[in-house]
Design a protein around this ligand. Structure first.
Ligand code: UDP
Length: 254
């Protein structure tokens, strides 16, 4: 993607919700291979460059969503590009709506058995016309993976939601993409099924509207503090890069 924006050590695709959906349509229509959709957010700024295999998965992804407000602000500051947040956890619903309207079958792989089956039931309730061609929990032993791939292929699903958490889902995709015969779109949705069919609540609208979903989650799951400590570090690195860009511009003027 040549319009992909670099944000520190990873990238983001500067797409609106509608443009992202159009890309999904294109992947479904013209693609002869699975296309990966992953999320770009401050957490990934640290985990992706630290893991060469994960870095390769991000480099090869077909679409990197502006998943977090941090990435949106960074795009504005570093590139002067106005983006809107497009969380992967919401984009899953957009894809389901598109799949229902345009007749594409989905397969849902990941999370604990009861979370997976409840999520699938919820999605079916939300989108009665959606073809859910199959589902599997995310704890399939390695020796049964070939069988699972066979099930996915036989289901003829065009869209696969991978809910194995990061980096497991990205690495699963890298290892198995060549074996998927009908799937054209794979979205890594992390822990999203836990918010659909599990006990994890998404932040109420007020928190989302004010870009404070991260703070809400922190109050509900204080052990996330370990993961969210990257936020101030990310802000600092962005500020440093912005200052050095400004300094370079001043020097170039003389
Ligand atoms: N998970 C899974 N298989 C595994 C390990 C984890 O399906 O072998 C699921 C787990 O049940 C949870 C999700 O992956 O639903 C991880 O959620 P988390 O919030 O940690 O992921 P993130 O959104 O941060 O990538």
């Amino acid at each position: 993607m040549n319009d992909r924006l670099p944000i520190l050590d990873i990238w983001v695709d500067p797409v609106s919700r509608e443009e992202a959906l159009q890309r999904v349509r294109d992947f479904l229509k013209h693609g002869d291979r699975p296309h990966a959709i992953f999320a770009a957010n401050p957490e990934k700024e640290f985990s992706v460059p630290a893991d060469p295999e994960l870095y390769q998965c991000y480099r090869d992804a077909a679409l990197l969503l502006p998943d977090g407000i941090g990435v949106v602000l960074a795009a504005r500051l570093l590139h002067g590009v106005r983006l809107h947040r497009l969380p992967g956890s919401e984009f899953l619903f957009d894809i389901c709506q598109l799949a229902e309207a345009e007749g594409h079958a989905i397969f849902v792989f990941g999370a604990k058995e009861e979370v997976n089956s409840r999520s699938v039931a919820q999605l079916q309730r939300h989108y009665p016309g959606l073809r859910i061609a199959g589902r599997a929990n995310g704890y399939v032993p390695d020796e049964e993976m070939a069988l699972l791939i066979e099930r996915i292929n036989e289901s003829k699903a065009a869209i696969l939601f991978l809910a194995l958490g990061s980096p497991r889902q990205e690495k699963w995709f890298a290892a198995h993409r060549g074996m998927l015969s009908t799937v054209r779109v794979v979205q890594g949705v992390g822990g999203t099924l836990d918010t659909i069919g599990g006990n994890v609540r998404r932040a109420p609208e007020f928190w989302c509207r004010h870009n404070l979903e991260w703070l809400y989650r922190l109050t509900k799951e204080p052990k996330r503090v370990k993961r969210q400590k990257v936020l101030p570090l990310f802000a600092l690195r962005i500020l440093k890069q912005w200052l050095s860009m400004k300094a370079t511009r001043v020097v170039n003027r003389f």
